[in-house]
Design a protein around this ligand. Structure first.
Ligand SMILES: Nc1ncnc2c1ncn2[C@@H]1O[C@H](COP(=O)(O)OP(=O)(O)O)[C@@H](O)[C@H]1O
Ligand SMILES: [Mg+2]
Length: 322
């Protein structure tokens, strides 16, 4: 889809939903979650979240995230069973309800990042001992790691805290056997992700997985997988050249809109925020669509006639309860 079509459809967004008779509704940062006795309906909206609030609505983002995740669940189902039951709408997946394991399984193939908790920031600040691994001196920013590293964190509402194997076992967050299975599975998923991404000209740099236990106790991959919201992607063809030239890799970048809000408002304190400039919103939408197409090798298709909220309501009728 070209930029002009996106601009013409800048108002074609799903902000939130409030469907009746689909089960108890809860709102996540990006998705609306309807919980039923045995299943959950995950509706991806077009919310763009940062600073713990919704900054803007990005056309087609909800569909891109849903379909990217579906692609990857399919590509990894021989490694581990996942929560998907069906996808009755381009923005929706119906999934098995699981008890969520309270660990964010972060896997990194490269040393990078800018935030205070990113591996590069810590390493650059002098840290070498990370509990489960130590890193040697002399590693450069954005360099490939010898093998993927696991840097799990707690899955807390406020601040994610780093966890080591020792913490996980001592604090009995999960039994040691299950922890081994989680670590092994996350590593396998990441390697598969890197292989498939590379076949599309992309480097899967790092990502985050969530796991849950199904009612029968089976370990399941849940939430989303390898989406541009949960993962970092770089273009493979320009990576070495840019590193050699001392440049940053060419990345899928959604930071520019967050930065705009930082420069044009006080996003942690202002009651209302200025509206994001339409050309920046369209640019971000276009980037989401492009990365979707590159990852999956599919053209992004959507119906521009029907109103999204109404289409979803229609497609979810079959899941109404009480
Ligand atoms: N199969 C599942 N069973 C139970 N909870 C799930 C399942 N899949 C995803 N979730 C939860 O649903 C929520 C998804 O919505 P999201 O907008 O990503 O929320 P958050 O703001 O917590 O990131 C997450 O809290 C995730 O842990
Ligand atoms: Mg989430």
């Amino acid at each position: 889809m070209n930029k002009q079509t996106i601009e013409e459809n800048i108002g074609r967004v799903l902000e939130k939903t409030d469907y009746k008779n689909l089960g108890a509704r809860r709102q996540g940062k990006v998705r609306d979650i309807y919980t039923q006795p045995d299943k959950i309906i995950l509706v991806s909206t077009d919310r763009y979240s940062a600073f713990d609030r919704n900054l803007a609505l990005i056309p087609f983002k909800g569909q891109v995230l849903t379909q990217t995740s579906k692609f990857w669940f399919d590509q990894t189902k021989d490694i581990i069973q996942n929560h998907i039951i069906s996808s009755p709408d381009p923005n929706v997946v119906v999934v098995k309800k699981c008890s969520v394991i309270p660990i964010e399984m972060v896997v990194r193939g490269y040393i990078t990042g800018v935030t205070g908790t990113s591996l590069w920031t810590l390493y650059n600040g002098g840290q070498r001992d990370f509990g489960d691994f130590t890193l040697p001196d002399g590693i450069k920013k954005n360099q490939k790691l010898d093998h993927p590293l696991l840097t799990p964190t707690t899955k807390a509402d406020d601040h994610d805290r780093p966890l080591t194997t020792k913490d996980i076992v001592e604090q009995k967050i999960v039994p040691e056997e299950l922890w081994k299975q989680l670590a092994d599975t996350a590593t396998k998923l990441f390697k598969r992700g890197q292989e498939v991404a590379l076949s599309r000209g992309l480097i899967l740099v790092d990502t985050k997985y969530e796991f849950g236990l199904a009612e029968d106790g089976k370990l399941m991959l849940i939430d989303e997988i390898h989406t541009p919201d949960s993962s970092r992607y770089w273009q493979a063809d320009s990576y070495q050249r840019r590193i050699n030239a001392g440049q940053e890799p060419q990345n899928f970048d959604k930071e520019f809109l967050r930065l705009w809000f930082k420069q044009n408002s006080d996003p942690y304190n202002d009651k209302t925020l200025p509206p994001a400039p339409a050309d920046m919103v369209a640019e971000l939408s276009s980037r989401y669509i492009q990365i979707y197409e590159q990852i999956t090798g599919e053209k992004f298709e959507t119906d521009l006639e029907t109103q999204i909220g109404e289409r979803i309501a229609e497609n979810l009728k079959q899941f109404q309860i009480n």
